[in-house]
Every structure is written in C-alpha cells, then in structure tokens.
Design a protein around this ligand. Structure first.
Ligand code: GTP
Ligand code: SPV
Ligand code: MN
Length: 596
C-alpha cells in the first residue's frame, strides 16, 4: 500500500467526533464518487508522494534546485487567480443575520445548489481528508476543522498554512467539535463557482476554484467567516490582522495587531526590518502572524492574540531585498510559488523583485512580452512555513497568545487621510475601524483602485451582519477591561505628482514607535475632531527627506474634506438601519458636529 492510498486507522475508532467525521466523509464520498480516499497524516513521506504526483502531472513545476531548493511553481487556471467576492455567500436562516455586507442565500437552497454541483465531481480523482488545527495545537484559543478536497495542490498548501494531520485529528477526537469544509475544483469554470458558508452549521462548501482564499478553507472561510460567527457567540474576535512584536532597546516588547485590507501591507509590516538608526539603537521587530488574528480577553483584562495560521500566503510582486528582506529570506527554499514568472534558468521572478535578473516566461507559461502582460500576475503568491521567517517570534507558538498593546486600522487612501492618528477611546476606535475606506486591489477579481468602505478590513470576511459585528466590538469595553489603544494609519497618501509621500516599509517603525510611546504615556499629540495627530516633532523623522507637501499632507488634516468624509460615513452606517448600535451612530454625529 503506498503512502497515498492508505486510510487512517484512527478514524475507524469509536469516539463520537470521529464517528461523526467518518459518517460525513462517507456521505461526501457517496455524493462525489472519488476513485480513492486518502486521510492526510501530515507526514513528510505523504508530502513527498503528493509532490511527486503533482510534478508528474504538471501541477507543480520544479524551480532551480541550486538557487531555490525544494521549491515549486504552480500555474493556476488563468480564470482562477483571486478570491471571488461576488460568488461568496453567507447562508444564515435569516437574511438579516448575514447583513447587507454579505451575499446571502437561504441554507436549503444553497445546499441544494452546491450538492448538485458536487454530484459525481470527484470521479477519476482522489478525495483527500485533511484534519487541521487553526492555532497552536495545545492552545485553548485554537479551533479545528476538516477539509475534504480533490486538489493535491490544496493539500500541499494546507500542510504549510495549518497544523495539519495526526495531531489535529487527535484534538478533534478529544474536543468533539470541528468545522466541516468541502471543496472541489470542479471544472474550474467561473460560471460554476461558489464559495458558500453555513455559519450556523459550522460548514463550508466551495466549488469551482483552486485559488487561495477560495480553496484553502482553513484561511478566510474558516478562520474569518465561520470563526467570526463563533467568536461573537463565545466572546472573542476573529480578525483580518497581522500581529507583530516591537522590542525596544530596553528589551521590552509591545505587541500590535493591524487590520489592512487585502494587498495593503500586512505581510510587509509584520516582517518589518528597522531602519539603520533604529537597528543600531537595539530595536527589533518580531513576526507573529501576517493575515489573521484571533484574540480574547485574558484574566488581567488585556486582549491576548494568536495567529491561527502556521504559514504565509503572501503577495509576491513588490517583494524585494529592499522592501521585505525577511520575506525574501523565508522563500529561498521549501516554497510553493503560484502564478509568478520565471527567469531563463528557472528562478521565480516578479515585478519589483529588483535583483538584476530578467523574466523569460510569464505566469501563463508564455514567452515574456511586456506588451502582453506582466511576468507575474499582480495577485501571484508564495506559500511558505512561518518557521522559515528570520523574524518569526517564539511567542507565536505560545498557547496563551500575546497581550495586545495597540490595534491599528489602515487603508489605501491616495488623498485626505493623514499618516497616523489615535482614537480617543474604545468607542471612537470602533468607529475608526468601522469607517475604514480603501482602494480595491488585485487580491479579489473586479476593478482595482476603486475606493470602498472596508470596515476593519473585514468587508469580504465578516460572517455576519456588520451592525452586530460593531456591537460585538463595542461589548469588549467592560468594567476592568484593559483594552489596547486604537490607531489609524495610511502608508499610501499620494502627492500631486501621483507618487507616495511616505517611504513606508521599514520606516513605518517610526509610526509604531510613536504609538508605543503613546501607550506608555510619553509622546505628544494634537487634539483634532478626527482624533489625535502627532505634530511633526512628535515623530522621529531623522534621516528622512520629506518635502513641504509631504509634511503638510502626512501631518495635517483637511477640515472640509473630513466633513464630507463623515457625511459619507454617516450614510454608510445608516445602510444598516436600526440594527446599527446607537453608540456608534452617536459618535459619528458628535464628530460631524465638531467638524462643522
Ligand atoms: P493579503 O495577503 O492580500 O491580505 O495582503 P497584505 O495586506 O499582506 O499586503 P502585502 O504586505 O503583501 O502588500 C501588498 C502590496 O502593498 C505590495 O505590493 C507591497 O509592496 C505594498 N506595500 C506594503 N507596505 C507598503 C508601504 O508601507 N508603502 C507602500 N507604498 N507600499 C507598501
Ligand atoms: C487576501 O486576499 O486577503 C489574502 C489572500 O490574504 S487569500 O488567501 O486569497 O484570501
Ligand atoms: Mn489577507
């Protein structure tokens, strides 16, 4: 029996969770009719066999072994390169529980539609059963799931992105509960593609895409859409946030969680390397997570956070030795690349890699022709284990999580929004998050560069009505709570010449330092109706050359522009009707009044 055809002997034992799992797997197999069923144990030998199979059928192409050992290129279907928000549904019994922020279908109708698609879809294929744990295997904050898929590429990615295999299965047996995710690539037909969530049943059904958040069901489907629903019931938060630690020269570390929309800088900030002056003074940045954060109040009243993932599914374009050396070091080996270009000697290549090499082949496998398309797809990605990152924090494996000192919200805003400001209190902070706006990116299909409201960077990921979500956020402000300070940043403000005014990347530490000093009570700020802004002198700008325009726009605030912004924020909150918490609406009205 080879490594790919054996069945898990554990799974035939009598535990009730395993019995439920076996029943579900059997019923899925009846419907989808695979040629074989493989229970994933997460072992190296299993992975080697899978990779060999994918190399043989062309799913994975071997990259240059000398320069990039054990690394692979996957070219997805050209019509399957990003999340599909218009085909993503939250199926709650009552439409209003999903809210205006989600596409909705009645659960019965959605199940019927999906089950018809799944009928016989795995004939001629192997069905993989992937038990996984989101979060350290021994953490009380972690949650388990099982993904059934007919894509070996998904298995290989889930192995990097989650704690997958035997240990997860053992935890499921112990704990009883798990999220059920059923996935098939189907025919990869965009017209037969749906990503359906049934939060009340802890169930996901995804058909017709093999890409990222559509297919790696532990990630956005489980760890955000289903988990946000569970978190509301259980009193915690599941957020689209990176987590990092900033260690000062005295050796004290503050942990910061930051929500930026897709392709707006989470991976880059999470792996930040301090500017030379800071490095020499002894500052360090530690990476805990780059995309998802689960947090809950601890006994001391502070919020404690874990990264439920164990790998990075990061945006390749723009990643360079200059912009993100930690990411580049991480992906030198043992990496799966998806939709990047290649050089003549088969090294991965993307726009902005800036390493003196040239692309020969584009992401579709054709000879590179800049008139035709970029070498790498703008949403091309790397998948790599977090342990390969030089700045990966040992605290990332701590079952209790890390205490959060500051929460940061930020979007991609070419105009209006200054570099940084601080919220006055928790309620104001929740409004700052709820009012977030950002220009759309290539991480989802559709137009790029269109400004939309993306509250807390959760527009595509909140598994329930935003009005209830904001109420849930407000509910953390209880007697005895020691909540983080809340900030808003914008690394993407542009000047009249259309260029970014702030250098960004490593220099973002200057802004984080101000936040930490605010938390500790040692930095100045100017009170304005939109929040507290640093004066130029409150930030360490040593060694930066900022034009007069940059200084004015990064540290100033435009009252008339913000009046219009707050009117639009008010209209947005009103779309949610009486379900919108009165406290949030009152805060918006108060600030609008102060701006008038
Ligand atoms: P998802 O994985 O889609 O959730 O994205 P992300 O939020 O992790 O975004 P990522 O860090 O991968 O950055 C996306 C793009 O933004 C890349 O092209 C980066 O080069 C660019 N970027 C990141 N940080 C900065 C910054 O501080 N300034 C500027 N100008 N660009 C940045
Ligand atoms: C995002 O789009 O926010 C991502 C990539 O992190 S995906 O896994 O496709 O959701
Ligand atoms: Mn993301």
């Amino acid at each position: 029996m080879n490594a790919l055809s054996k069945h898990s002997s554990d799974a035939t034992s009598t535990g009730s969770a395993l019995a439920a799992l076996n029943d579900w797997v059997a019923s899925v197999a009846m419907r989808t009719r695979p040629d074989a069923i493989h229970w994933c144990d997460g072992s190296d030998s299993e992975n080697d066999a899978l990779v060999a199979r994918m190399q043989a059928d062309g799913t994975l192409l071997k990259l240059n072994e000398q320069t990039h050992p054990d690394s692979w290129l996957h070219r997805s279907d050209p019509d399957d390169v990003a999340r599909v928000e218009h085909l993503t549904y939250v199926c709650t019994t009552h439409h209003e529980d999903a809210g205006p922020n989600n596409h909705w279908m009645a659960p019965d109708e959605a199940h019927a539609e999906m089950d018809a698609l799944f009928d016989g879809c795995m004939q001629g294929r192997t069905m993989y059963v992937i038990p996984y744990c989101m979060g350290p295997i021994d953490s009380p904050l972690s949650r388990c799931g099982v993904e059934i898929t007919d894509s070996p590429y998904v298995v290989a990615n889930m192995r990097i992105m989650t704690r997958m295999g035997a240990a997860a299965l053992a935890r499921i047996e112990r704990e009883g509960a798990f999220v059920k995710g059923l996935h098939s690539i189907g025919e990869l037909d965009p017209n037969r593609r749906f990503i359906m969530h049934f939060p009340e049943e802890l169930t996901i059904k995804s058909y017709g895409s093999g890409y990222g958040g559509n297919a790696l069901l532990g990630k956005k489907c489980h760890a955000l859409r289903i988990a946000s629903h569970q978190a509301r019931q259980e009193g915690w938060l599941a957020e689209h946030m990176l987590i990092l630690g900033v260690e000062n020269p005295q050796g004290e570390t503050h942990y910061i969680a930051a929500a930026f929309p897709s392709a707006c800088g989470k991976t880059n900030l999470a792996m930040l390397i301090p500017p030379a002056g800071y490095r020499e003074a002894g500052w360090k940045v530690w990476t805990i997570g780059d995309d998802i954060c689960w947090m809950r109040p601890g006994a001391d009243g502070r919020l404690y956070a874990i990264n439920p993932e164990s790998g990075f599914f990061g945006v390749a374009p723009g990643t360079s030795e200059k912009s993100n050396p930690n990411a580049l070091a991480s992906i030198q080996s043992n990496t799966i690349y998806t939709n990047v270009g290649t050089t003549a000697d088969n090294q991965p290549w993307w726009e902005g890699i800036d390493n003196g090499q040239q692309p020969a082949t584009d992401w579709r496998g054709e000879a590179y022709d800049p008139a035709k398309r970029p070498a790498a797809h703008p949403n091309s990605r790397f998948t790599v284990s977090a342990r390969r990152c030089p700045s990966y924090s040992p605290m990332a494996e701590d079952p209790q999580g890390v205490p959060i000192s500051a929460i940061v919200f930020g979007g991609r805003r070419a105009s209006l929004v200054p570099l940084v400001f601080e919220a006055r209190d928790w309620t104001h902070g929740v409004l700052v998050g709820a009012a977030m706006g950002s220009e759309t990116t290539a991480a989802a299909t559709g137009a790029v560069g269109v400004m939309r409201r993306d509250p807390m960077a959760m527009k595509p990921f909140c598994g329930y009505n935003f009005a209830d979500y904001f109420a849930h956020w407000l509910s953390f402000d209880t007697e005895g709570a020691k909540l983080p300070k809340v900030f808003h940043v914008n690394w993407f403000r542009k000047g009249n010449d259309g260029k970014f005014l702030w250098p960004g990347f490593g220099d973002n530490l200057r802004v984080l330092e101000w936040m930490i000093r605010r938390v500790e009570g040692g930095a100045g700020a100017v009170e304005t109706p939109i929040g507290r802004l640093p004066a130029e002198a409150d930030l360490n700008l040593e060694g930066l050359e900022l034009s007069a325009e940059a200084r004015a726009k990064l540290f100033g605030y435009d009252r008339a522009g913000w009046q219009a912004e707050f009117e639009s924020i008010g209209e947005f909150l009103d779309e949610y009707g009486p379900r919108m918490p009165a406290a949030l609406k009152a805060e918006q009205v108060r600030i609008s009044g102060a701006l008038a």
